[in-house]
Design a protein around this ligand. Structure first.
Ligand code: CNA
Length: 318
């Protein structure tokens, strides 16, 4: 993606909410880009909202760089930090917001080309967005993998450990260790404390002494800083969506994290783009900005379009 192309020229034909409604009614290949804001009404905090965001809480707890909690190297050095804090962003399975319902509605109408979600809560699966229409750009809690042996388990098996704030050790590593011969020597670091082993460490000391082997730690398959995005992200964007897209809707994201933040500029400049979020952003030019609670905005768009968006969190009059 070309990082130089950081501002697209706005299209003059589209400005108002009724223009947005007309676009929704007429376009057939819609790319939806979502972020944490579409799940805040479910009680999952976003990262960067000033009052309620997870990063504000982390700063109050003394983390000067809240991103460090999601840094792969830090996780390998001390996974307790992540496990102590991640309970706040655990998804509640089987619930979704009116905005998720709206995206599902686009899919049911055959209008959803791709939903690129940065969310890790996997709510898209609960609401029924098909895997064919979904790119989970930053992975999700749906599965978890051992950092040492790559053994994979369903992500919800981690939830009790996250709630208990204790790192989950890998079952497969533990079983393997249980079958190994006893009598191995414990390795100590220079200050005498027991050293936590990193992924890929082998178990022998330079002097040939052996450590008690340690199990790997399970990490949810969410993309940490320092990890690559899934291959299908780039493939889908370049080989499919770029040629087909006729409308872009960006919902509930501050668009601060690359490369997702670069998608709008990568798509053809004659394709209209709209932004639905609580806070305005200034580093990307959208044709239409609809600022407010996204559940309310999409409900109003649906009402004006004559679509029946039903959800128990929506007031009856909408
Ligand atoms: P962000 O940077 O925290 O931005 C969220 C945006 O949503 C902000 O601009 C808010 O103004 C806006 N917003 C919040 N609530 C609402 C609402 N009710 N209606 C409309 N807009 C709202 O989060 P991004 O998603 O932009 O950043 C990407 C990160 C966040 C990804 O790596 C995610 O993994 C990560 N994240 C995901 C979740 C989740 O899966 N639910 C939760 C927290 C963080």
């Amino acid at each position: 993606i070309n990082r130089e192309l950081n501002k697209r020229i706005r299209l003059d034909n589209y400005k108002t909410i009724d223009d947005a409604v007309r676009l929704l009614q007429t376009r057939k290949n819609i790319v939806v880009i979502t972020g944490a804001g579409i799940s805040t009404s479910l009680g999952i905090p976003d990262f960067r909202s000033k009052k309620s965001g997870f990063y504000t809480k982390l700063r109050e707890m003394g983390f000067e760089e809240p991103e460090s909690v999601f840094d792969l190297q830090n996780f390998d050095e001390d996974p307790t930090i992540f496990y102590r804090l991640a309970g706040d962003i655990l998804p509640d399975l089987n619930r979704w917001s009116p905005t998720h319902q709206f995206i599902r509605m686009l899919q049911d109408m055959g209008k959803l080309l791709t939903c690129y979600t940065q969310n890790i809560d996997n709510v898209e699966e609960s609401v029924g967005i098909s895997k064919d229409n979904l790119i989970q750009c930053h992975g999700s809690w749906a599965t978890a993998t051992c950092r040492k042996c790559k053994y994979r388990i369903p992500g919800d098996q981690l939830f009790p450990h996250v709630k208990a704030k204790t790192p989950a050790e890998c079952r497969q590593c533990l079983e393997e260790i249980a079958t190994q011969k006893p009598g191995m020597k414990r390795k100590r670091s220079s200050n005498g404390s027991k050293k936590r082993r990193g992924p890929g460490d082998d178990d022998s000391d330079s002097d040939g002494a052996y450590d008690i082997p340690q199990p790997g730690i399970m990490k949810p398959d969410i993309t940490f800083f320092g990890e690559p995005l899934p291959d299908d992200f780039f493939r889908r964007l370049k080989e499919n969506d770029r040629n087909k897209v006729d409308l872009v809707i960006v919902i509930g994201t501050s668009m601060k994290v690359a490369p997702v933040s670069e998608i709008p500029n990568f798509l053809p400049s004659d394709v209209p783009q709209m932004y639905i979020s609580l806070d305005p952003i200034h580093h990307i030019n959208f044709d239409i900005n609809l600022l407010g609670e996204c559940d309310t905005v999409v409900a109003e768009l649906a009402r004006r379009a004559g679509w029946d968006l039903k959800h128990d969190m929506l007031p009856n009059h909408l």
